[in-house]
Design a protein around this ligand. Structure first.
Ligand SMILES: NC(=O)c1ccc[n+]([C@@H]2O[C@H](COP(=O)([O-])OP(=O)(O)OC[C@H]3O[C@@H](n4cnc5c(N)ncnc54)[C@H](OP(=O)(O)O)[C@@H]3O)[C@@H](O)[C@H]2O)c1
Length: 288
């Protein structure tokens, strides 16, 4: 019997439990998550959730003071090592995975969260913006995923933070939508290639969540109309909603989910809901 067939049989017989769910009391057995963009917003919330659950963390971002502060705040809960780096640096993935292996000797989950929030209509998107967004939000996640494979054991997983605007075209989304849609293809390519080896890959695709990325647009009527008023739910999504879903996917409870994109949007992307105030408001035609 081939090694692959032996492993597959072990998986089917339930002999295999996944590396990421071992004894939390034994320090060396505590799983390790590498999270990019952990210095604010969704990435920071993910780091806090994993720390609360006993995971050890490697946090990557450019703003050192933020990472330092996070390390201090979580120090009673877990060990957090950080790497100050731009994810688009060619050596950033290797340095991050090396740090995980050097500090903790294992890597159980990669969360590709760092992303660029630049929006513009496709016809008004210059080459620099195309390169910037694709480099941060698509090429870097691919490189981090590729590098993580060298450290990951069966039971590990890659979780990519996409967007509902990778599932649907958003007006003015342009290169942002393009990168996030590409991320779904990337995640599925990893899923098909490495799932049989016990390494899963999935996308969490949030709707709008209030963070530094969206703060400036949050109270803008057009933003509210496009997002909140088309969402059949009684509250906005939060960074903790995203963190909880990411943690579920990384955990034993989510361990048969592979190659999926989970829209975390209160129903925005699967319904044609329109809030009554939006339905009843008077239509203003351009130029009026
Ligand atoms: N907020 C939303 O409504 C929403 C909705 C759907 C998807 N998302 C996605 O969620 C992810 C996180 O966004 P957020 O809303 O939490 O925004 P945020 O608060 O602005 O956080 C972005 C994070 O990415 C890091 N980052 C950005 N460019 C980087 C680079 N070149 N190298 C290293 N780190 C970099 C930033 O850290 P430094 O500045 O310290 O480097 C920061 O930690 C993004 O991928 C975004 O597209 C957000």
């Amino acid at each position: 019997m081939s090694e692959w067939a032996r492993r597959k049989r072990a998986l089917s017989n339930g002999l295999y439990t996944g590396e990421a769910n071992n004894n939390m009391n034994d320090q060396a057995q505590r799983p390790v998550a590498l999270i990019t963009g952990a210095s604010s917003g969704i990435g920071e919330a993910i780091a806090r959730k994993f720390a609360k659950e006993g995971w050890r963390i490697v946090a990557v971002a450019r703003r050192e003071p933020r990472l330092q502060q996070l390390q201090q705040e979580l120090s009673e809960l877990t060990d957090l090592e950080y790497l100050v780096a731009d994810v688009t640096d060619k050596d950033a993935p290797k340095r991050a995975v090396d740090l995980a292996l050097h500090a903790f000797d294992r890597l159980d989950c990669l969360v590709n969260n760092a992303g660029s929030g630049k929006w513009a209509p496709p016809g008004e998107t210059d080459d620099d913006t195309i390169d910037e967004v694709l480099n941060i939000s698509l090429k870097a996640p691919f490189r981090f995923g590729r590098e993580a494979l060298r450290a990951m054991q069966p039971g590990s997983s890659i979780i990519n933070i996409g967007s509902v605007f990778g599932l649907l075209g958003g007006l003015d989304g342009g290169i942002y939508c393009t990168a996030k849609a590409g991320m779904i293809g990337m995640s599925q390519a990893f899923a098909v290639q490495y799932g049989a080896k016990g390494i899963r890959s999935n996308v969490v695709a949030p709707g709008v969540v209030k963070t530094e990325m969206t703060a400036a647009a949050w109270d803008f009527p057009g933003f509210q109309r496009t997002n909140q008023e088309l969402t059949p739910f009684d509250r906005d999504g939060t960074v903790d909603d995203v963190a909880n879903t990411v943690f579920f996917l990384a955990s034993k409870e989510g361990s048969y989910i592979n190659g999926q994109t989970i829209a975390l949007d209160g129903g925005w992307s699967t319904t044609k809901y329109v809030a009554p105030e939006a339905l009843l408001c008077e239509r203003v035609m351009p130029g009026e």
